[in-house]
Design a protein. Sequence first.
Length: 252
Amino acid sequence: MSTAVLETDGLTRHFGGFTAVDKVSLSLSAGARHALIGPNGAGKTTFVNLLTGALSASAGTVRLLGQDVTALPQHKRIKRGLARTFQINQLFAELTPLEAVSLAIAEREGLSARWWKPLSAHAAIAAEARALLDGLRMPAADAASATAGLPYGRQRLLEIALALALKPRVLLLDEPAAGVPPSESREILDSIAALPREVAVLLIEHDMDLVFRFAERITVLAQGAILAEGEPAAIAADPRVKEAYLGEAAHG
């Protein structure tokens, strides 16, 4: 029996005569720290959309915690333990991170209709939200400030916090360092590295320094198909990967 928490078998997506994802089989074990990389147009975003149910598969299967979820819509995959980071919605711009995460927890617990009540009315939710933001190393002052005024790196941390509030078993991090100044990207890496091991992480990222510092296993996509997969050292040394993506001088 497979011990994977998330796996695909021959996952494929056609757009007319174009194959964006071509028979991709990938497996994430419990607690995985796995990165998905590839050049622009490799099919990474389409693949993630197939995992989450934002797109339907043309062929192949997606299994989450051993159950076939290929035909399930996004919200049912979320309920079963699959979460993805997302861009900050304008809905949260005037809320503080603490309020936004509390709202996400309340939604998870079926209490969202009463989210507007003072946080003190839901002490357990407020405490969980504070602990979650503390775990991501967000300073208390930022957690209590309006999201719209925070540095972009802290907003990306909030994206991760909102996903973690769902208590996922699998977390898809879609370019968490995109647009973040180098001074803040290290904070994001440290926060990701500190995530609890009960959450398997699939990181989709262009920042190769972040990828090679974080990942224990890397899958490389090219033209919709898996080009290579293995431990970081093997990927860095693979001549096919160097030619397709990393460049001859990258990482050795």
